[in-house]
Design a protein around this ligand. Structure first.
Ligand code: XMP
Length: 329
């Protein structure tokens, strides 16, 4: 599949049988392309890279080397799930790098949203490139490019984020393997299910590359980041229990970099607020805040106040996009 143009005759993949046919075709193509050589993949745990990893494991097994960089800004248990699924269940050749300290040290005192994104993106490339240079005999780089990435980069809307970034010595060294580049997101999910990936991975809600970094507002501190991770886990758990996962497009917590007054054990405290954000959207260009059941909001509020240290207030953000964006920064 070398063309970047989806043929008009290509059927939309919606059924397990169509997914199986696609998988068989891709397995054959991947084997033909890479032969007995090694392939490198940055595995974030997002839908696209996870499906590409599973597809390559099926095609070439241990010839695939997955690198998972934990930047310390993942949601609770997400890196653990990547290791569990790929290393323990699929027996993948997985290099796990806990780069938390590196990222958080670099981010100290950096408050501007775009500056934070730049540091996180730049550091990610650096960690990945360092690892790639250590490996010998790797000739291919696999990427979870999907068709909207290609369409957007052709329109010049955004740089093709998957291809950009790598230092020239590495970018030139590798031939790309992009088995899902002609698929739309919903098709990638059908293929992921057929490959046996867990539903929570395949139907994972959109999660920004900079992760919790843009939800721990302003200059990130470890204590606020820890509070955010716990609060966010409670939001997800309660959405799950209420059957809202899959019905609401994206939902998460935010911790701002200011405090408000509260009373704990009869004494005045200055603690952080937690903001809950939930949106429904089709393409992230516009979004609305759903009317959540009051009991769900109450349970989340009570649990966060009882379980998360340093928090004394919980708010629900009702703003639609536009005017507000989905993320707070
Ligand atoms: P906004 O906040 O612009 O977000 O309404 C639209 C969608 O994009 C996600 N988002 C990002 N994804 N890197 C990403 O990979 C980023 O820096 C980033 N910023 C926002 C956001 O979660 C939403 O789904």
């Amino acid at each position: 599949m070398n063309s970047n143009v989806r043929p008009e005759t290509m059927e939309r993949i919606t059924t397990p049988a169509q997914a199986e046919a696609f998988i068989a075709e891709q397995v054959a193509e991947i084997r033909a392309q890479v032969g007995d050589k090694k392939v490198l993949l940055a595995l974030s745990g997002g839908v696209d890279s996870s499906v590409v990893a599973a597809l390559l494991i099926k095609a070439i097994g241990k010839q695939l080397i997955c690198v998972h960089v934990n930047h310390g800004l993942m949601r609770k248990n997400e890196s653990e799930q990547v290791v569990e699924v790929f290393k323990n269940q699929l027996d993948a050749n997985l290099i796990y790098i806990d780069a938390t300290d590196r990222f958080l040290d670099k981010l100290v005192g950096i408050a501007a949203p775009e500056a934070k994104r730049k540091v996180i993106g730049g550091e990610f490339i650096e960690v990945f490139a360092e690892e790639a240079r250590k490996l010998e005999g790797v000739e291919f780089l696999a990427q979870g490019t999907i068709y909207p990435d290609i369409l957007e980069s052709e329109k010049g809307v955004k740089a093709h984020h998957n291809v950009g970034g790598l230092p020239a010595d590495l970018a030139e060294k590798f031939e790309l393997v992009e088995p899902v580049k002609l698929l739309f997101k919903d098709e990638v999910r059908v293929v992921g299910c057929a490959l046996g990936l867990p539903a929570e991975m395949v139907y994972r809600q959109p999660f920004p590359g900079p992760g919790l970094g843009v939800r721990c507002l302003g200059a990130i501190t470890r204590d606020r980041l820890a509070a955010l991770r716990e609060a966010d886990a409670i939001v997800r758990e309660e959405f799950d229990k209420a059957g809202l996962t899959g019905k609401v497009w994206q939902f998460f917590a935010i911790v701002p970099d200011f405090r408000s007054t509260g009373v704990k054990n009869g004494a005045r405290v200055e603690d952080w607020p937690v903001i809950i954000r939930a949106v429904n959207s089709v393409d992230a260009m516009t979004a609305t805040a759903p009317q959540l059941p009051w009991e769900v909001l109450t349970t989340i509020t009570n649990r966060i106040l009882a379980e998360v240290p340093g928090v004394c207030r919980v708010l629900y953000d009702m703003s639609p996009k536009p005017v507000a964006t989905i993320e707070w920064e």
